[in-house]
Design a protein around this ligand. Sequence first.
Ligand SMILES: [Zn+2]
Length: 200
Amino acid sequence: MSLRDFYMERINLSNDPRFRASMRGSSCYNIVRQNGRTFVQFDNLSGDFDAEEIREIARVHGKLAVERDGELDLNDWHFEVPVEAQVCPCCRGEGKVTDPSIDAGGLTWEQVREFDSPSEWDEAMEGWEDYDEDAPPRRTGNSYLDGHFDVTCPECNGQNVVRSPDLKVLASPLREYVQRYEEGLDADLAERMAEFRMGC
Ligand SMILES: [Zn+2]
C-alpha cells in the first residue's frame, strides 16, 4: 500500500459512521429491561454531584430509585424513566454492518466482483434487475454481497435499536450530567479521529 493510499484509507475510515461508532466511548448509563419495565442505570455517580443536586435528584427520582439502609445508593443508581428508542441509524435496524475496513472508501463494481469468480457472479446477477430491498436476502454467490464480512453493529451492539433516557423527564442535574458526558465523548472521538488521520 502506498503512503497516499494509507492516508486515504485513514481519512475514509475516520469519516465512516460504523468506524466512528466503534471508536466512541460508552455512555454514562445503561438501559436495563426487567420484567417488562425499562430502567436507566447510571454507573457510579458518587462524587459527581453536590448535596443540593443530590437532593434535587432524590426529589424527582427518589421514589423510583434503589435505597440501601434508608439512603439513596448512588453506586447502584437506577430508576424507571421513559426511554426513547429509535431504529439504529448505523445499521438501519439490521444489527450488523459490513466491516468498514472492507468498504469504507466505497467499492467499484469491479472490486465487488473480485470477491468471487466471474462465473458465480454472472449467475448471481441473473434477475438482479428485480432486486427488492425488502425481500429476504438471497444468496448471490458473492461473498461481499452475501455478508461474509458482516460484523455486529458497533452502535447498537446488534440490538437493532438504540435506547436513551428521555432527557425531558430527568432531574436537571442528571440531564446536564448526561449532556456534558455526551459532549465529552464527542470531543474525545474528534481528537482520536484527528490523531488516527495523522497515522497515529
Ligand atoms: Zn446498529
